[in-house]
Design a protein around this ligand. Structure first.
Ligand code: HEC
Ligand code: HEC
Length: 348
C-alpha cells in the first residue's frame, strides 16, 4: 500500500515535471534544466545602483591586498570568464601555486553555497575570505578599512550607500551586490527552451537528449543553473601542490564527503577552462572522455559515476550542447578610484 501510494505520488510529480516543458528526459524526477529565474536578493542587502557601483570599484581595486597589487579581478578576470585561465591559483606575496582552481564569478548569485567545498553560505560571507587568506590577498580587514578610509572617493561612497564610514561589513555587502549583477543569460539553450527551435544546432539538440538520458549528466547538473548544489566524489586525480584534497570532508568531517566537491554550474563553461577543482582537465573533450570511461579512481566515488559507452559522435554532441550554454557577456564599465597611495588617517 505504501509502495503503491509512493509510486502513484512520484508518478504525479514526474508527470508535472514532464508537462512543465522538459523535453525527453529519462530522469524526470530531477529539477528540470531551463532558463534562469531572476536573481534572489537577500532582504538585508538590497541592490541599489550606488552600491553596485561601489562594489565594482572594490572588486577591481588592488588596494584590498597586502601589497596593493592583487584584486578580486586578478583571479576572477572578466576577460577570462571571470576566472584566471590557470589550473590552480597563483596568490599571496610570492605568487605561490595553491591547490584549487579559481571558479568563475558568473552566476554565483545562483549558488546555494560558495567555494568548491561549500564552506561559505552567501556571497557576503565569502567576500572577506580572500582578502584575509595568506595565499590570496594576505591583508587584514583592519588595514583595508584603514587604507580605504584615507581615500576620499571611498569615504564619500560609503557615506552615500551605507550612511557610515568604511566598514568591513559594507565592503562585503557592496562586493556581493556587484557580483549579483554578473549574470550571463540568454544563451542559445535559453532561446531554444523559449521556443526558438533554430537557436541550437542539431548536434547540440542530440547532446541535450544525451545529457538527460544515456549520459546521465542531469543526475547532478540539474535545475536552471545546471547544478544540484550538492557534493560528489567523481574521482578527479590529484594534481598540483596538494597530494590529497579531501574537499567537503574538511567542512563536515563526514567520511562520505571525502574527496567530494560541489557540482559546478555548466553555464558559460566554454569561458572557464581548465576544469575541475584542481584544473586537471584542459578541455571539455577530456572531461567528457573522463565521464565516458567511468570517472576516476577513488574508494569513495559516487555510485552515479560509471562507464557510459558513448560513441565518438555522442561525445561531440554532448560538447556541442555544453557550448550552447554560454550566455551573453555582461559588459563591465566603471570609473576606477584613482590609484594614488592612500593617506592613512591620523586617528588609526
Ligand atoms: C589569488 C586568487 C584569488 C583572489 C585574489 C580572489 N579569489 Fe575568489 N576564489 C579563488 C579560488 C582559488 C577560489 C576557490 C577556493 C576554494 O574553493 O577553496 C575562489 C572562490 C571564490 C568564490 C566562490 C565561487 C563558487 O562558485 O563557489 C567567489 C564568489 C569568489 N571567489 C569571489 C572573490 C572576491 C569577491 C574576491 C576579492 C575580494 C576574490 N574572490 C579574490 C581565487 C581568488
Ligand atoms: C555524480 C554527479 C555528477 C554527474 C553524474 C556528472 N557530474 Fe559533472 N561534475 C560533478 C562534480 C562534483 C564536479 C566537480 C568535481 C571536482 O572538481 O572534483 C563536476 C564537474 C564537471 C565539469 C567541470 C566544470 C568546471 O567548472 O570545472 C564539467 C564540464 C562536467 N562536470 C560535465 C558533466 C557532464 C557532461 C556529465 C555527463 C556526462 C556530468 N558532468 C556528470 C558532478 C557530476
Amino acid at each position: 500500500m505504501i509502495r503503491a501510494t509512493k509510486s502513484f505520488f512520484s508518478g504525479i510529480v514526474g508527470l508535472i515535471l514532464t508537462i512543465q516543458g522538459i523535453y525527453a528526459s529519462d530522469f524526470p524526477l530531477f529539477p528540470p534544466i531551463g532558463p534562469l529565474p531572476p536573481v534572489t536578493i537577500p532582504a538585508d542587502n538590497p541592490q541599489t545602483e550606488a552600491k553596485v557601483e561601489l562594489g565594482k570599484k572594490l572588486y577591481f581595486d588592488p588596494r584590498l591586498s597586502g601589497n596593493n597589487w592583487i584584486s578580486c579581478a586578478t583571479c576572477h578576470n572578466p576577460v577570462l570568464g571571470f576566472a584566471d585561465g590557470l589550473p590552480r591559483i597563483l596568490g599571496g606575496p610570492t605568487s605561490k601555486e595553491g591547490g584549487r582552481h579559481s571558479p568563475t564569478i558568473i552566476n554565483t548569485a545562483y549558488n546555494d553555497l560558495q567555494f568548491w567545498d561549500g564552506r561559505a553560505a552567501t556571497l557576503e560571507e565569502q567576500a572577506l575570505g580572500p582578502i584575509q587568506n595568506p595565499n590570496e590577498m594576505f591583508e587584514t580587514l583592519d588595514n583595508v578599512v584603514r587604507k580605504l578610509s584615507g581615500i576620499s572617493e571611498y569615504v564619500k561612497a560609503f557615506r552615500e550607500v551605507f550612511g557610515t564610514g568604511v566598514t568591513a561589513d559594507g565592503i562585503a555587502k557592496a562586493i556581493a551586490a556587484f557580483e549579483r549583477t554578473v549574470v550571463y543569460a540568454n544563451s542559445p539553450f535559453d532561446r531554444y527552451m523559449q521556443g526558438d527551435v533554430h537557436a541550437m544546432s542539431e548536434s547540440a539538440k542530440r547532446g541535450m537528449d544525451l545529457f538527460q538520458g544515456k549520459a546521465e549528466c542531469i543526475k547532478c547538473h540539474n535545475g536552471p543553473n545546471f547544478t544540484d548544489n550538492k557534493f560528489h566524489n567523481i574521482g578527479v586525480p590529484p594534481d598540483g601542490p596538494l597530494k590529497e584534497d579531501l574537499g567537503r570532508y574538511n567542512v563536515t568531517r563526514n567520511e562520505s564527503d571525502k574527496g567530494a566537491f560541489k557540482t559546478p554550474t555548466l553555464r558559460n563553461i566554454t569561458d572557464t577552462a581548465p576544469y575541475m577543482h584542481n584544473g586537471f582537465f584542459p578541455t571539455l573533450f577530456e572531461v567528457v572522455q573522463f565521464y565516458n570511461g567511468g570517472g576516476g579512481r577513488s574508494e569513495n566515488k559516487s555510485a552515479d559515476i560509471h562507464a557510459l559507452n558513448l560513441t565518438g559522435q555522442e561525445v561531440n554532441d554532448l560538447i556541442e550542447f555544453m557550448k550552447a550554454l554560454t550566455g551573453e557577456m555582461v559588459q563591465i564599465k566603471y570609473q576606477s578610484v584613482p590609484l594614488a597611495f592612500p593617506k592613512v588617517p591620523k586617528n588609526f
